[in-house]
Ligand binder design. Structure first.
Ligand SMILES: [Zn+2]
Length: 515
């Protein structure tokens, strides 16, 4: 790449590693100027003390499974996709002025899962692994421990406060991360009644799909998981020939029809719901499931959701999740990094559609992975490339490696030489496992917008839900002094059109649109 980023080697650019960094970077002035720009940005930050605002929008964008190493690698990948060296590239989420670290352990696990962490950053309470929307008093898999231990998410509280709320995910909408926004379940695996043990059904627990429709009045739902919503054998509208996509419910209920009926769709046509004060737009788009074919992208879904939700003058809360997790679990780094780059594009689009003057946007991850890259690679090395020197076994190795997972490849004591990967290449792992595991390190939290300065320092992960609730004057912070002042002000000025956006970016996998 030339001095200002123009590609010198169109095409794969594998030769980048042989080129020296741009000449400008060799001068102190280059670095001093850049640092001065950042210093000016820092000096312009709102000092702490700006008041909470119940009209504000809240955006929460969790990048599921997007640890710091994934963020760094995605940044380089993004830059290399654009023809650059990569390292100097800037992710949209990296332009957010406020940063914190979150400790992701759960009550029972040093290295967490998505259900326990989702309950933390959405409901504000650390909990046990594999449980959703329940305090740590609930026991995994034990239905009878559900009752009395329910904890409500910021999404639920935002809806109660009159905001529109939405969920966007590239995985099934009943998955653990979005599930923590609306469900209370002793098992993250109780997608439909079919997936529940008899004992749990007998004790009165409801499956997660049922709760999606009946717990919280959610205005926008975009994601996968259609099969859990319709009676057994119901052919999928998109894949009627594929029996694996058929409905799975034993109770015979059609939850999609129930959702539409409950919304009394019809105010100004389909997809618009009448409320006490007029029409609140909504959308339900469920994809078939499982694999998550490449339907609408996370960028398109995020845009669709914001355009609908922002019409509510009381503001909105949107949860956006991209499934970076699956690529890592399968040991396929390219899949994971492609998702991470897509998530960043969704963050950028959300930024174009909202204003930091009235919208708090938070980007974080539920947990990290045992993903790493190293090996003294030169500047501009393909992020999927080889380290410059051979290993002690005289074979090449990729910069990206996993601590464990399906990429383990030693046979008869011999490690095969690493090859340059295609999309499905599994980077080598030190320990053989069927699926690569999460890791226990902290995750980054990036924030911009009103009260974004609350996201600072090293925090427990459940603090995220509290900071968002405080910023938006949601329970239990609805009567904080700043909120009362703001409420008086808004009453004085007829009606304020300011939305509240909360974007949280995690890991997701597929979806659809039908409104
Ligand atoms: Zn995972």
């Amino acid at each position: 790449v030339g001095s200002m980023g123009q590609p010198l080697c169109p095409g794969t650019c594998l030769l980048l590693s042989l080129l020296s960094p741009p000449d400008a970077e060799k001068t102190p002035g280059y670095w001093n100027k850049g640092a001065r720009r950042r210093l000016e940005l820092a000096l312009a930050l709102q000092p702490p003390g700006d008041v909470a605002d119940e009209k504000m929008g809240l955006g929460q964008i969790p990048g599921q499974c997007m640890g710091l190493s994934t963020v760094s690698a995605a940044r380089i990948y993004k830059g290399q996709l654009a023809g650059g060296s990569g390292e100097e590239s800037v992710l949209a989420m990296e332009t957010f002025p406020h940063v914190a670290l979150a400790k992701t352990y759960t009550l029972d696990r040093q290295v967490p899962d998505s259900a326990g962490t989702g309950t933390a950053y959405l409901c504000g309470v650390k909990a046990n692994a594999k449980t959703l929307g329940l305090s740590g008093a609930a026991v995994y898999g034990k239905c009878h421990t559900t009752f009395g231990n329910e904890v409500d998410s910021v999404l639920h509280r935002a809806r109660l406060a009159g905001k529109s709320v939405g969920i966007v995910t590239t995985t099934r909408v009943q998955h653990a991360s979005p599930g923590a926004a609306y469900a209370h379940s002793a098992s993250r695996g109780w997608y439909a009644d079919t997936n529940m043990p008899k004992e749990a059904l007998r004790d009165g627990c409801k499956d997660i799909a049922w709760q999606l429709v009946h717990n919280t009045d959610i205005n926008v739902i975009l994601g996968g998981g259609r099969m859990y919503m319709t009676p057994r054998w119901t052919p999928d509208p998109e894949y009627p020939e594929d029996a694996d996509q058929n409905g799975t419910r034993k109770d015979g209920r059609d939850l999609i029809a129930e959702w539409l009926n409950a919304k009394q769709v019809g105010c100004e046509g389909r997809g618009i719901v009448p409320t006490g004060t007029g029409c609140v737009p909504l959308a339900l788009a469920l994809l078939s499931l499982a694999g998550c074919p490449l339907h609408p992208s996370i960028v398109e879904m995020t845009e669709k959701a914001i355009r609908i939700l922002r019409r509510n003058p009381n503001g909105f809360f949107l949860f956006v999740e991209d499934e970076i997790d699956h690529g890592h679990h399968s040991g396929r780094a390219k899949q994971a990094l492609m998702e991470a780059v897509m998530l960043d594009r969704a963050v950028a689009r959300a930024g174009e559609l909202t204003s930091p003057a009235d919208t708090l946007t938070v980007v974080t991850a539920d947990h990290s992975h045992v993903f790493t890259f190293g090996g003294s690679t030169p500047r501009g090395n393909s992020i999927f490339g080889l380290a410059p020197k051979k290993a002690k076994d005289k074979r090449a190795y990729t910069s990206i490696l996993y601590g464990n997972g399906p990429g383990y490849s030693i046979r008869d004591g011999t490690r095969p030489a690493a090859s340059l990967p295609d999309k499905d290449y599994r980077q080598q792992a030190a320990v053989p496992l069927e699926t690569e595991t999460h890791s226990g390190e902290d995750v980054v939290v990036l924030a911009q917008g009103p009260m974004a300065h609350l996201f600072h320092g090293v925090q427990e992960q459940h603090y995220i839900a509290h900071a968002m609730a405080y910023a938006a004057c949601l329970e239990p912070y609805a009567t904080e002094p700043g909120c009362r002042a703001s409420r008086r002000a808004s009453h004085g000025t007829q009606c304020s059109p300011q939305p509240l956006l909360a974007l949280l970016a995690l890991c997701m996998a597929a979806l659809i649109v039908r409104d």
